[in-house]
Design a protein around this ligand. Sequence first.
Ligand code: NAD
Length: 410
Amino acid sequence: MAGFEEVNYYFRRAARVMDLSPHVERMLITPFREVKVDVSISLDSGELGTFIGYRVQHDRSRGPMKGGLRYHPAVDMDEVLGLASLMTWKTAVVNLPYGGAKGGIAVDPARISERELERLTRRFVQQIHDLIGPQTDIPAPDMGTNAQVMAWIMDEYSKIHGFSPAVVTGKPVDLFGSRGREEATGRGVLFAMEEFLKDVGGGEIRGKRCAIQGFGNVGSWTARFLHEAGAKVVAVSDHRGGITNPEGLDVPKLVEHARRTRTVAGFPGVDSISNAELLVSDVDVLIPAALGGVITRENARDVRARYVVEAANAPTTPEADEILTERGIPILPDIYANAGGVTVSYFEWTQNIQQFTWEEAKIVGELRRYMSEAYTTLSKVARQHRVPLRTAAFIVAIGRVGRATVLRGL
Ligand code: NAD
């Protein structure tokens, strides 16, 4: 099943519980705008490099559209459509005054130079600048992009439209970024997991054995926060392979190693493990934090974790979701579990607009409040309708987006 269809499968499952009419269903699913642009640049070699850039704006009924930019070779329109719609439901689940969008460029950022990456980013902004803006559509980091990329976007957009720090979030703290944004998704995963485990009878985070796929922004920060909270991170992996230690990895040393070598592979004193093995390792909590579509019909029956926490977007296919649910393995769904990133992006945008800076303690406290209030609502809806948390999350989100859409009228 493809990206957009997968999200819509979950949408329809919730829509059935809500008894939505097919017309409303179709209207809520249909994206507001899909854009595909040529992003040609001159490469360092002097040759012409041509890349394709995408931006999908899915829904704007609850506010300016918000969503990350992904630089990855597999980026295509279908994936961006799926991720853009997930953002609509995610911002609604945590009740942020935003709609949903997503974008990206089909490129492997590890295979081009820093100068080429800058030229590519600036060219992309030149192609889409009239579609984004602080009150229309606000990009943020996702796979393959970071604070430096966001800084170039702000600079390029501001050259055309005047000083506009609020056009993008996830900027460096020295350039109108927010304290706590870089680690926000990982910190949100920790807060979400605390609520989830307490609720489903899993107890405390302390002592839990966790496996994390992906050691980029989300995976590495999640590992750090879990380690600080007393969990044992027993396996991690990235695109180069994985490592495991049943006694628990030394996460601070691993972060240092990954910073130096750009991979977790080769970390001394541990065993190697493949990505496929990590997904079925014997742990309490499995945390996919890299690509989508990694827990599938093929491996879902072999998953040995007691809980799955979706730090990545769309890591579980609908078939796998059904298998895990049937097997009684509760899943904390992406549109809630990784919403910490967009929540602190909202705080950054707010600070940019107010030209006022928040202390880190305020950011952490407010993030905890948003995550905790959202969980209370999800859990209540899940019990009320006797549905899994993912369906509950979609019910909450569809209800909020649907009400805003109806109130606005056509
Ligand atoms: P990132 O680029 O910082 O890191 C990605 C990680 O995934 C890297 O460790 C990379 O080596 C690994 N990876 C790539 N291909 C892999 C493969 N084939 N097998 C195993 N590992 C692989 O990206 P990120 O920002 O950490 O995003 C990770 C996930 O979290 C994505 O699904 C993204 O959409 C989601 N997400 C990110 C944020 C955010 O704030 N950055 C917020 C919400 C959700």
